[in-house]
Design a protein around this ligand. Structure first.
Ligand code: SAM
Length: 280
């Protein structure tokens, strides 16, 4: 008997119309839909007239469900895995299921679609040639600062998921640990009525969040410009600020020579860092 296929199906992140034709087709045709929260997913499935049998697979029972899913798939039935929103496995359950099924020789097929991180990158206005998806930062301040410190040399755009409860404290820690010179982008409620993108300095983002309680509600993606490129020298936020200030009064090359004289940092490293800063 041939084994079934496990489909990893992306679902909307707000606007119910953001689902592919192929996703609807697969969700109708499979024998079982493994959903993170069956009650939550029923709304989407009812909207599209899908009455496929549901099975709950979430963070707390993923290991237990692996054997039953394997049984279903080895019996020749097909399964679609969905999460509450967006692409499964992206800050959502599913990794252990996919790994176990692949190890058992089951075919795993992607049905791609919405993902908040990618949607946010596409509208934030920060460089997208290289990025690091971090997911959720730790909830506790000390651990969050340690996590940010570990990311401080990353040159790609940093992409975080953040809860409305912690968006302000996360930004405050970004300013504290990564410095205030980095451009940040607060992207909220993507595909929903109050979709908003605020790209600018950390202080501008914090001021916008403080302006109105409604600005702090909803779902957030926080993006932070990567560390400036340099030739091995560590160029901290205050050096970059000094460079920025100096270059307001003289050509950039002269400003680099001056700051190099004052700090001992190589001129070319300062020049590269300044260009990278302006590029962002
Ligand atoms: N798997 C999902 C994906 O592909 O984006 C992410 C699931 S994760 C549990 C949920 C987090 O994603 C939210 O707390 C928020 O940070 C982000 N998110 C989800 N939908 C969003 C939206 N419409 N706008 C902004 N952020 C969103």
């Amino acid at each position: 008997m041939t084994t079934g296929i496990l489909y990893i199906v992306a679902t909307p992140i707000g606007n119910l119309n953001d689902i592919t034709l192929r996703a609807i087709e697969v969700l109708k045709q499979v024998d079982v839909i493994a959903a993170e929260d069956t009650r939550h997913s029923k709304k989407l499935l009812e909207h599209y007239g899908i009455d496929t049998r549901l099975m709950a697979v979430h963070d707390h029972n993923e290991n237990d469900r692996i054997q039953s899913l394997l049984g279903v798939l080895q019996g020749g039935a097909s399964v679609a895995l969905i999460s509450d929103a967006g692409t499964p496995l992206i800050s959502d359950p599913g990794f252990r299921v996919v790994r176990a099924m692949q190890q058992a020789g089951i075919e795993v097929v992607a049905i791609p679609g919405p993902c908040a991180a990618i949607a946010a990158l596409s509208i934030a206005g920060l460089p997208t040639d290289r990025f690091l998806f971090v997911g959720f930062l730790p909830a506790k301040q000390k651990a969050r600062q340690v996590a940010l410190e570990a990311l401080s040399a990353e040159q790609g755009t940093l992409v975080f998921y953040e809860s409305p409860k912690r968006i302000v404290s996360a930004l405050e820690d970004v300013a504290l640990v990564l410095g205030e010179v980095r451009v940040v982008s607060v992207v909220k409620e993507i595909t929903k009525a109050f979709e908003t993108v605020k790209t600018g300095s950390v202080q501008e983002a914090l001021a916008w969040l403080a302006e109105d309680e409604r600005h702090r509600r909803g779902e957030f993606v926080l993006l932070v410009q990567g560390a400036p490129a340099h030739s091995g020298a560590v160029i901290d936020a205050s050096t970059l600020r000094a460079l920025g200030l100096a270059s307001e009064y003289m050509p950039l090359k002269k400003a680099c020579a001056l700051v190099s004289e004052l700090t001992g940092l190589p001129k070319n490293a300062l020049y590269e860092a300044s260009l990278a800063q302006n590029k962002g």
